[in-house]
Ligand binder design. Structure first.
Ligand code: SAM
Length: 289
């Protein structure tokens, strides 16, 4: 099968199937062999690996993955792409295409069924409208993972790897950094896709930690606290947290916990490190239970 990373080959396939791009599915297909090579080399795929690809599109990256990996499971929501994938991936016997919505799948079960529960590598040019829910569901559900190498909106890649005191720092940064070590791979301009997205893109690799870098007594409570801290970014942490109805935290209790940690009562959520959030969570929720 012709290499779909070459724009002319992608155009031919799209025309042959009279394919209409569906904006609601975030369809921007890669048409740059150098970018594809970069993603594959960053993901360090070997024949030992089982790869989960989210959103194969017409199968461009899937072809590259199939050449390098032991097995590839590709999950595509758009049923119109299934006959296309049957053609473009026909010569690979190590690829399984599933016509499903990734957000509705039990991914722990998928990894159990397809890889005997051993960790998989996720590689994807993600649909941008659901980047955060996909990443969070992989991590929060403890899907067995070695690494996640993904194309995301440039701004989202920045949010994933930044630290306290920057405008991009927020709940996503803390969640990603609790579960994984982020490494920037490459910036990718809009002209590497068809159709061109309106935003710049970037490839990022997230290596799953075996143990999180900080300890928190209750992971769920830690993340409720983090979300509440950034819901009202402009407010002080004390005000932001006592306004969060689901946490039921009295103002005095938050103020006391901050003081015991040596933090100013006027501190904002964006100034706290992951470690400080973990300590604050333990203090607040141990006291209230
Ligand atoms: N991997 C292809 C490439 O690089 O050319 C396509 C990437 S495109 C940015 C995102 C793909 O994800 C599309 O094929 C889209 O139909 C698919 N997609 C969107 N939402 C999805 C979902 N909820 N579950 C599975 N696939 C989805």
């Amino acid at each position: 099968m012709a290499n779909l990373g070459i724009p002319q080959n992608t155009i031919e396939i799209l025309q042959k199937y009279h394919f209409n791009f569906q904006k609601k599915y975030g369809q921007n297909f890669l048409i740059d062999t150098r970018v594809l090579d970069k993603i594959l080399s960053a993901a360090e795929i070997t024949k030992e690996d089982c790869v989960l690809e989210i959103g194969p599109g017409i199968g461009t990256m899937t072809q590259y993955l199939a050449e390098s990996a032991g097995a590839v499971v590709a999950v595509e929501i758009d049923k119109n792409l299934i006959p296309v994938l049957e053609e473009t991936l026909a010569c690979y016997d190590n690829v399984t295409v599933l016509n499903e919505d990734i957000l509705k799948m039990d991914l722990v079960k998928l990894v159990e069924d397809r890889n005997g529960g051993r960790p998989v590598k996720v590689v994807a040019n993600l649909p941008y409208y659901i980047t955060t829910p996909i990443i969070m569901s992989l991590f929060e559900n403890h899907v067995p993972l070695k690494s996640v190498t993904v194309m995301v909106q440039k701004e989202v890649a920045d949010r994933m790897r930044t630290g306290p005191g920057t405008k991009d720092y927020g709940a996503l940064s803390l969640a990603v950094q609790y579960y994984a070590r982020p490494a920037f791979v490459a910036n990718v301009p809009p002209n590497c896709f068809i159709p061109r997205p309106r935003v710049g893109s970037a490839v990022i690799r997230l290596d799953r930690y075996e143990e999180p870098p900080v300890k928190a007594g209750d992971e769920k409570k830690l993340f409720s606290l983090i979300r509440a801290s950034f819901n009202q970014r402009r407010k002080t942490l004390v005000n932001g947290l006592c306004n969060a109805a689901d946490l039921c935290l009295p103002k005095e209790q938050v103020a006391r916990a901050l003081e015991e940690m040596g933090l100013s009562p006027a501190v904002r959520g964006e100034e706290l490190t992951l470690e400080q959030f973990a300590k604050l969570s333990d203090r607040l929720f141990e006291q209230s239970t």
